[in-house]
Design a protein around this ligand. Structure first.
Ligand code: NAP
Length: 315
């Protein structure tokens, strides 16, 4: 079986950036992506904090240009789902649904997935009223009422975005203090279509095919409130942005993870296994942004190149 210099798992900003750096360093590289290039950032309608981005930049347009860059460097790509990894020794094996691949080094950039609310009825209405993506599903709620769960940057940015379509957006947050950056909070407070319900979590969602009602709980006094769709509308939307869960099930027992499941690395993106690096949202870090993901990818690829040069015997 062919042994690549480097396999990158995941083609979000971290994986693509690693690909660009690996390509420039002439590493024989394979990127494995299970879905579409871009990962979570594809859901972002407007990016205004990635240096040098266009003035009207979306996640999709930024990813398009990053993807074009790795194509230019001739990086190989396969669309496949990783099932198992073998990390020990000088040749790492990545077993996927449709094939098996080997490399001297591995960069894990599989990102994280959206956390569910954990309320009764959630699974039934996921994709039928409950969404994790304003850009994808916002237009379905034109003229309807929408609820946004969460108090971080994502929740408030999406709430603002959703006012383009929804007649009213109510942010349900479990505390009184919002976690989002002050500038984003100010924008949301100024938006007349946005209301806030604090100390509130969703207990149950209901409906006959479409989402029609829900019960929310005030976590301070335990009181419950029924929220029903406007009779003229018949339904409403719930957009959930309460953080992410790292895609690290495959690495449990194989790599050192923190208590939340993120991969622990050093400043060079090295994990506790030689030749294995982690980059982007999947690793333990204090700031999860496109810019930090891209930086991680660059560092990991450079370190992978150094490791091959200095430590790997001919395989
Ligand atoms: P986050 O910053 O972790 O915020 C998650 C929010 O959801 C918090 O307000 C949290 O409440 C709430 N929450 C968590 N679990 C909950 C539960 N089980 N039930 C109800 N509420 C729950 O996540 P994020 O907003 O998705 O952002 C993730 C990362 O991406 C952050 O680093 C963020 O800065 C970054 N980001 C940046 C931008 C930007 O800069 N433009 C945009 C989007 C995301 P508590 O506050 O009570 O913990």
């Amino acid at each position: 079986m062919k042994v690549y210099d480097l396999i990158i798992i995941g083609a979000g900003p971290a994986g693509l950036s690693a690909g660009i750096y690996a390509g420039r360093a002439m590493l024989d590289t394979l990127i494995i992506e299970q879905g579409q290039e871009g990962g979570q950032i594809l859901q972002t309608a407007e990016i205004e904090n990635y240096p040098g981005s266009e003035l009207e930049e979306s996640g999709a347009t930024l990813i398009d240009r990053m993807t074009a860059q790795i194509t230019k460097f001739g990086i190989e790509k396969v669309y496949d789902t990783v099932k198992e990894v073998s990390l020990e020794g000088q040749v790492k094996t990545v077993l996927c649904d449709r094939g098996s691949y080997q490399a001297k080094t591995l960069i894990i950039a599989g990102g994280a997935t959206a956390k569910p609310i954990g309320c009764v009825g959630e699974e039934e209405f996921l994709g039928r009223g409950i969404s994790h993506c304003g850009t994808c599903d916002g237009p379905f709620f034109r003229g309807l009422e929408v609820f946004v769960v969460g108090g971080g940057d994502a929740a408030l940015e999406e709430a603002i975005y959703l006012t383009k379509f929804a007649k009213k957006v109510t942010v349900l947050h479990r505390r009184r203090i919002l976690r989002a950056a002050r500038s984003i909070q100010e924008k949301a407070f100024k938006n007349e279509k946005i209301d806030f319900m604090y100390h509130t979590v969703i207990k149950e969602v209901r409906g006959d095919g479409l989402l029609e009602s829900m019960t929310v709980t005030n976590v301070k006094d335990g009181s419950e409130t029924e929220i029903n769709a406007d009779t003229n509308d018949g339904t409403f939307g719930i957009f959930v942005f309460i953080g992410y869960k790292p895609a690290t099930e495959l690495y449990q027992g194989k790599l050192e993870l923190d208590e939340k499941g993120y991969i622990i690395t050093d400043v060079d993106m090295k994990t506790n296994v030689k030749g294995v690096y982690a980059a982007g949202d999947i690793r333990q870090k204090s700031l999860r942004q496109v810019i930090t993901a891209a930086a991680d990818g660059a560092i990991a690829a450079v370190q992978a190149g150094k490791y091959i040069e200095e430590e790997v015997e001919t395989v």
